[in-house]
Design a protein around this ligand. Structure first.
Ligand SMILES: [Mn+2]
Length: 315
């Protein structure tokens, strides 16, 4: 695997043609936005380029990909992946391309190095790298392409609120806006609209939150029955883990998701409280402010254990 710069990636794209672009499994705004921007920019340069069909793209992100999926009979010469960090993240049906990615554009420093060449930078989103490649390639982009870039960059940073957000994120978002990205429309679609099911769930979550240690610990329990009753999809539950710490005074926010074989735990913390320590006690881990683990047993058993583990960390 060869590591290449943004300039080299741009040159490689200019030197080649007939591209197929892969997005990752359970696609998010970054992978779809990055792919959508790249396919548009390449076509503007007269390059035959298509997206690989990804059946998991949700309604929210479909407009950025629609109309660009590979047609019957298209034979790609080069394969590009965007925002894919490892072989396990290849899209459904795209596993056959695991050995044949020519250019991987990614921002996960943990990238497993599956591709022939990689354009890898430690940015908040893949969209930031794709933006710089397109600007190097074409010196500009149209409004629709700028919309895709804004979508990629804003979604991977929780609308510029997560700790991964940098000045570079704002630079790229700012330039995308300058190039015509439709800020109010995109923000409404991406961040200011929830499904009716999610609205119902939020109501439930806030009124059933369980508090411990004088309100410093908040626990949200999502049973399989509840999910069934409310018809909640994985998409509806996007970022639910951040609900408890959104409440004043909660410094250890726990989300317990019941599974057939135990409980999936997400921990979010504020300040000095270390989420990684809490999860490490159960064989899990993550970062200081966000971590996860799996606990066998019922939701109540998991909650008991977590109350104890959080108690140790709060001392
Ligand atoms: Mn990403």
């Amino acid at each position: 695997m060869e590591k290449i710069s943004i300039k080299q990636a741009a040159k490689w794209l200019l030197d080649n043609d007939d591209f197929l672009i892969l997005t990752h499994k359970r696609p998010d705004g970054d992978t779809v936005g990055s792919a959508g921007a790249l396919v548009r920019a390449l076509r503007k340069l007269g390059k035959r380029s298509f997206l690989y069909e990804n059946s998991e793209i949700t309604d929210k992100y479909m407009p950025f990909a629609q109309g660009f999926f590979a047609e019957e009979g298209f034979e790609q010469k080069k394969i590009i992946s965007v925002d894919i960090a490892s072989l396990s993240q290849f899209p459904l049906g795209g596993e056959k391309y695991r050995e044949s990615v020519d250019l991987c554009i990614d921002h996960h420093m943990s990238n497993s190095g599956f591709a022939e060449r990689i354009c890898l930078y430690d940015t908040a989103s893949c969209g930031e790298i794709v933006f710089d490649i397109i600007m190097e390639l074409a010196g500009g982009m149209d409004k629709d392409t700028a919309d895709c870039i804004y979508t990629a960059v804003s979604t991977d940073t929780g609308c510029f609120a997560y700790a991964n957000t940098t000045a570079n994120t704002f630079r790229v978002a700012g330039q995308a806006v300058e190039l015509g990205a439709d800020l109010p429309r995109l923000n409404k679609i991406l961040f200011r609209t929830k499904t009716k099911r999610r609205a119902d769930f939020d109501g439930y979550a806030y009124s059933n939150m369980r508090y411990y240690y004088d309100g410093r610990m908040g626990v949200n329990i999502i049973t399989m029955d509840l999910r069934k009753e409310m018809g909640l999809t994985e998409d509806d539950l996007d970022d639910v883990a951040s609900i408890p710490t959104g409440i004043e005074g909660v410094v250890a926010g726990i989300t317990i998701k019941e599974q057939p074989d135990g409980c999936k735990i997400s921990v979010r913390t504020v300040g000095d409280v270390n989420a990684n320590n809490i999860c490490a006690a159960f064989g899990g881990g993550g970062h200081r402010q966000a971590a996860g683990c799996f606990i066998e047993g019922s939701v109540n058993e998991a909650e008991e254990k977590l109350i104890e583990a959080v108690g140790k960390e709060l001392r």
